[in-house]
Design a binder for this molecule. Structure first.
Ligand SMILES: NC(=O)c1ccc[n+]([C@@H]2O[C@H](COP(=O)([O-])OP(=O)(O)OC[C@H]3O[C@@H](n4cnc5c(N)ncnc54)[C@H](OP(=O)(O)O)[C@@H]3O)[C@@H](O)[C@H]2O)c1
Length: 272
């Protein structure tokens, strides 16, 4: 099971829970120190040292290198958890020319998914499909994603974040249409408001974290990720969940035509 964003928060909590249950977990992170700490935490939980890879999704060449390294090191990937994500005040386009939030939260995972597609197909069995689980958010509701130009500059960090989370659901919808027949089931989820490393640069999010009872732990946030990664009842192609139950998304995030267009434009954006 490959988990991106495994060096902190929801991804780390999910990787620990999966390792504790006996799963072979592969960690992807950006920060070398946090990634090394995550390796130790997962080793303590599962008794084995997990493979780990470093990549900054703001640099597509680093995603390509990580995809190549994972492909070389692992014959099968039964679950890919596309969880890496951030809210950033950086508005400068990436070196690849895209909005930085949309690149990290959508295009990086989209590219990695394609790079690992053969490994997912190799893991897929009729009775046990491979799975792609993507961490989205309620923020999809205010997303201003242009499905034909996903990397276009967004006007604020929250609009960019919403656009990226809309893209997460649209990618899931289209992956389900394209790949369910290959034995790969794509789902996504909203983890709730989680007290993790997320949103530390945002004054409003930082204040909101102080409200009693509003935020949950990373372990609670990871519960639906672990469920979607492992439970036979969670094999619902294109499903969007929160708290292990179906969760409504806006029409702009589930529209099949927008999903198709986003897929094509994202392929062009990552040069795949
Ligand atoms: N926290 C919430 O309330 C909340 C709510 C809804 C959805 N989400 C989503 O949940 C997911 C996980 O976030 P979290 O709450 O667990 O936050 P977190 O503790 O900050 O963890 C984010 C993870 O994403 C990785 N990441 C960030 N930027 C990256 C980049 N440029 N390249 C590669 N990896 C990068 C981080 O790596 P490093 O630590 O190595 O930098 C870290 O492992 C995100 O997709 C987020 O949008 C969170």
């Amino acid at each position: 099971m490959v988990v991106t964003g495994a060096s902190s928060g929801i991804g780390l909590a999910g990787a620990v829970a999966l390792a504790r249950a006996g799963d072979d977990v592969v960690l992807l992170g950006r920060d070398p120190r946090r990634l090394a700490d995550a390796v130790s935490r997962v080793r303590e939980a599962g008794g084995r040292t997990p493979a780990s890879y470093r990549a900054d999704f703001a640099v597509l060449d680093e995603v390509r290198a990580a995809g190549a390294a994972i492909t070389a090191g692992h014959e099968r990937v039964d679950v890919l958890a596309n969880n890496a994500g951030l809210l950033t005040s950086v508005r400068r386009p990436t070196a690849d020319g895209h909005d930085p939030t949309v690149q990290v939260n959508h295009l990086g995972g989209f590219l990695l998914t394609h790079l690992l597609l053969d490994r997912l197909r190799a893991a897929a069995r009729p009775a046990a499909p491979a799975r792609i689980v993507t961490t989205s958010s309620l923020a999809e509701a205010w997303g201003t994603l242009d499905p034909d130009r996903p990397g276009r500059r967004q006007f604020s960090r929250w609009l960019a974040y919403g656009a990226s989370k809309q893209a997460n659901i649209l990618m899931t919808v289209e992956a389900a249409r394209r790949w369910t027949g290959l034995g790969i089931v794509a789902t996504c989820f909203f983890p709730g408001l989680v007290r993790s490393g997320f949103g530390r640069q945002s004054p409003s999010f930082t204040v909101a974290r102080l409200a009693p009872g509003l935020f949950r732990s990373s372990e609670q946030g990871a519960d639906t990720l672990v469920w979607l990664a492992t439970d036979p009842a969670a094999l619902v192609p294109g499903g969007y969940f929160a708290g292990r139950t179906p969760f409504p998304a806006t029409g702009r995030s589930t529209d099949p035509d927008r999903a198709r267009r986003l897929w094509q434009s994202s392929l062009a954006a990552v040069g795949h």
